[in-house]
Design a protein around this ligand. Structure first.
Ligand code: NI
Length: 164
């Protein structure tokens, strides 16, 4: 397994909602093809210097995201975010107000956009072993989770830009 080609905006797989992993808590890492998918996602994210990646970006329409970095050349001013894998994530905004910040995406090369997003979110998901997890995230961390979850619904950040 290895780094995969990242699908680019315009590819129909990126616009299609992804499917949840059914009965995931019983199967965990034994879920068909999951271990390979996670390895490919991690290799692809690192190869392309992403701060996060969603399964549909490498052509797999399953509800799996991962993110995290110590330092990242694409976002040199952002502090570290712990490496995390979320399966079947569900997010909820904790603040009505949104912040604007510049976003990019491995699937939208060469473009950055000012994207409004809630600053605080709550999330619920499964870890790769089938344990349910939940947490809160703020700032850039919350932004990454929202950006990656958008991929699972077939949404790319340019669709979120208020002022094109
Ligand atoms: Ni993206």
């Amino acid at each position: 397994m290895s780094a995969q080609v990242i699908l680019k905006m315009g590819n129909p797989r990126l616009a299609k909602p992804s499917s949840p992993l059914v009965n995931f808590e019983q199967q965990g890492l034994d879920y068909p093809n999951l271990a390979n998918l996670l390895k490919d996602m991690e290799d692809s994210m690192h190869e392309h210097c992403g701060v996060g990646i969603a399964a549909p970006q490498i052509g797999c329409n399953m509800r799996v995201i991962m993110y995290g970095f110590e330092t990242n050349p694409r976002y040199p001013n952002e502090g570290p975010v712990p490496f995390t894998i979320l399966i079947n994530p569900v997010i909820e905004a904790c603040s009505k107000e949104t912040d604007d910040a510049w976003e990019g995406c491995l699937s939208v090369p060469g473009l950055r956009g000012l994207v409004p997003r809630p600053n605080w979110i709550k999330y619920k998901a499964f870890d790769p072993y089938g344990n349910s997890i939940e947490g809160m995230a703020q700032g850039f961390h919350a932004r990454i989770i929202q950006h990656e979850c958008d991929h699972l619904d077939g949404v790319l950040f340019p669709q979120r830009i208020k002022n094109l």
